[in-house]
Design a protein around this ligand. Sequence first.
Ligand code: GLU
Length: 300
Amino acid sequence: MNEVITRFAPSPTGLLHIGHAWSAILSHDRAKEIGGRFLLRIEDIDGTRSRPDFVEAILRDLAWLGLEWDGPVLFQAERLGLYARAIDRLKALGLLYPCFCTRAEIAASLSAPHGDARPLYPGTCRHLAPDLRDRRLAGEQHAWRLDMARALDLLSPAAEEMPEQLRHDGKLIWHDDIVGDVVATPEMHGDVILARKDAPASYHLAVTVDDAAQGVTHVVRGRDLFAATHVHRLLQALLGLPTPVYRHHALLADETGERLAKRNKAPTLQAMREAGIDGRALADDLRAGHLPIGFRLSEV
Ligand code: GLU
């Protein structure tokens, strides 16, 4: 079997908490228990929210937990050219269109309440007349969206002319270690943004390009990103990239069952570190399934 390569890919937009530690340990051990490699990637394409002090804290937290990564740390902010090339490739396939909408405009054009589900982009900019589109492109900030229907048509087994470079066998399937084979349904996300107004890539694009570029064979990450994998699988097919195996693990929750998030009051690893807690012992407890008092695995 080929070498197993996993990664931990935090965004330095806040301090890590014990849920991140859990995810990093699972990813690290998945590779290390069979002599593979564990990589660290800092997902800092969001220039307005990413901060160097959070990067610093991540590196210290991982060292405190006893997790060593292989090779240099990869920073997404240094790889924007790579994402721009992927965007160009999708443009050349005729799959992207510029979107000028503001968040407020999108919200206003959606009338029905959508409960918890994020509403889908209503497609306002998809059918702009070419001359108007060109004029606005020249003078207005814009994002680039994937024309989802067109992308799926292109990959459909019935497509008359599937471009040769697409690595695709007619099926959009990915394997999750926990739930088994999953048929990707990226249409549930609508016309996702692949390049943002303020950055030449979105999370979906950068993560897919980098997992392939770094040779990641197993993506271990939280269940909150399960749905995103439908989009990543589609992008792999469109960009001719291999599909890793996935493992979307359960998330940690507090005693009320509420999932830990960076912004709520979950104690940060930095605070635990500074309080003198032994990080390696904490990591071993987590490995043994002993969660600190007040934490449990989320049911959802
Ligand atoms: N950067 C993402 C986050 O901090 C995780 C990306 C991933 O694991 O795919 O939530």
